[in-house]
Structure formats: C-alpha cells, structure tokens
Design a protein around this ligand. Structure first.
Ligand SMILES: O=C(O)C1=N[C@H](C(=O)O)C[C@H](O)C1
Length: 299
C-alpha cells in the first residue's frame, strides 16, 4: 500500500546507477519474495535507486494490479532508496488516469516513453509528455527509445520539454550522440544512459548516471565505474569498465531480460521464467554467461 506522500523535490537527483528491476515469476505469478530479496541485495550493493515496471520488468505483460503489487514489494524492500515507476501505452486518457492514480505513491519519478505504435508528430509528442507531466505529482524522466516506440524525439523537442518544471531528465537510448551532447550542454535535463554499452561514454561526457539492466549482476563494479567517473578518475574507471563489456554484450545477445533472468536464476535468486511472448535465453548463451560471470567474480 502507498505510504504517506513525501513532497516531490524541486531538484531531484538522478545520479548514479539505477536498476530497472526484472519481475521474477513462479508458476506464472509474480514472485514477490524473489523480487523483495533481489531489491534488498541490490540496495546493499550501493545502487542509487530502482525502476519498477521498465521494459526489463516485462511491464507490458503485467496488469495494473500486478504492477502496483510489484511497486509495493519494491518499496517495502528498498531500504528508503528512491523508486521510479515505468509507464507505457498509447492512449493518452488512460495513461493520464494511471499517472493520477500513481500520485498516491511517493515516487522519485515516472519513466515515460513516447506512445508506441502510432508515430505522432513532434507537436503530438510535446502534447503527450506535457499532459502526462501535468497529470502527476512526480518528476518525469523522458524515456527516449525509438527502437521500441517507433517515435523519434528530436533535439528541439527534448529542449522544449525541458521548459516544463516537472520534466527533469532523460533516459537516453536515442542512439544519437550529437543529440545527447546537446541535451547535456543545455544542462536543464539530467541525462542518464539507457543503453548499457554507452554508460561510460555518456557519463564521461557529462551524463549523471545510468538505468542499466546489466547492473543486476556485477553490481558493485558498475557502481564503482560511476563513482570513479563522478570523481574524474578516468583511468581507474576505464579499468573497471573494460571487463564488463563482454558481459553487457552477452546480456543483450538475445532479447532482454531473457539472458539476465537466466543468469540470476543460475545464482538461485529466482526462476528462469518469462511471460510469453518473451522467452528464456538459449542454453548455449546461459552457459557462456555463467562462465563469464564466474570469471568476473574471482577476486
Ligand atoms: O528497463 C529498462 O529501463 C531498460 N531497458 C533497456 C531495454 O531493454 O530496452 C535496457 C536497459 O538496460 C534498461
């Protein structure tokens, strides 16, 4: 259940490593015990906060009751760390109604992608994000992910959205470094890398952090990379970062979160179970991942 509302900060801090939590399943139902244990472990590993119901959380396969139950479970286990709730949809009225309902929860933010499937104009995208930001109580992170939504946010649109007092950051999967640089240079939106292999480059160029599925594993290393970058210790950050590259490649070699769940399941923290049409990782990839993770875990 929601806890008493906390005031939403006028300058929220989205820096550091945020984990877009997987949703564990057991026998077709959400496995809340596994979700809580995962959240507690990650909180102890130094992450900055959590995203519930991101794409990695298979939110598209969860109904509203399941989404709210997952949010409650994470809130209870997060040791006070901030929580961002993911949204998706293409019906503006339904989405703003959902956002009004979510205002009862003490969220650090809402992660909002463009509406998928319908491919509106830039003017339509401005209306979409402004209406959602107006409807809620929490700061909005724009989730720029054209390869999932089919809609590309231009640099001009992002900078126009930055004028809205509640739109405070971007999870950047846009694939256009010039656009990312322009948003960083503008300075009004906090830029988080949303592409795991781009974390280093984005943060070295002035991004504040990352929302990265890979950070479920080797979490302390990812946290350390971001800390070292924040302290301008570039060579040390690079030395921590480079061994993570093959891990990131393998985690995205098949549709996310299949490989990630396979690896987490191998460690015993959940079942290797996804909701159709998402599928388990292949046995071959799971074996390679397990071997690599074991190598990376050696002192
Ligand atoms: O759920 C997320 O947020 C993320 N989703 C990306 C994706 O699979 O589209 C990957 C990223 O690591 C986090």
């Amino acid at each position: 259940m929601p806890q008493p509302s906390i005031p939403s900060s006028s300058s929220p801090d989205f820096s550091g490593l945020w984990i877009p939590l997987v949703t564990p399943f057991q026998g077709g139902a959400v496995d809340h015990a596994a979700l809580s244990a995962l959240t507690r472990r990650l909180a102890g590993d130094g992450v900055a906060g959590f995203v519930v119901c991101g794409s990695t959380g298979e939110a598209a396969a969860l109904d509203e009751t399941e989404q709210l139950a997952a949010l409650d479970a994470v809130q209870a286990a997060a040791a006070g760390l901030p929580i961002v709730m993911g949204l998706s949809g293409y019906h503006l009225g339904k989405t703003t109604a959902w956002v009004r309902r979510l205002a009862e929860w003490p969220l650090a933010g809402l992660l909002v992608p463009a509406p998928h499937y319908i491919r509106p104009s830039q003017a339509g995208l401005l209306e979409w994000f402004r209406a959602i930001a107006d409807a809620g109580a929490a700061p909005v992170l724009v989730y720029d992910i054209p390869y999932r939504t089919g809609a590309t946010l231009t640099r001009e649109t992002l900078l126009a959205l930055a004028e809205h007092p509640r739109i405070r950051g971007i999870k950047d999967c846009g694939g256009d470094m010039a656009k990312t640089r322009a948003v960083i240079a503008d300075g009004r939106l906090q830029v988080l890398s949303g592409e795991d292999h781009q974390i280093f480059g984005t943060v070295a160029e002035g991004g504040v952090g990352a929302i990265a599925a890979s950070g479920h594993v080797q979490t302390r290393r990812f946290v350390q990379v971001l800390r070292l970058l924040a302290e301008n210790r570039l060579a040390e950050a690079r030395a921590e970062w480079q061994p993570l590259q093959p891990l990131i490649e393998m985690l995205f070699a098949e549709p996310n979160p299949g490989p990630l769940k396979a690896l987490l399941a191998n460690g015993g923290s959940m079942r290797d179970e996804l909701r159709s049409p998402m599928t388990r990782a292949s046995d071959a990839l799971r074996e390679r991942l397990v071997a690599l993770d074991a190598r990376l875990s050696r002192p």
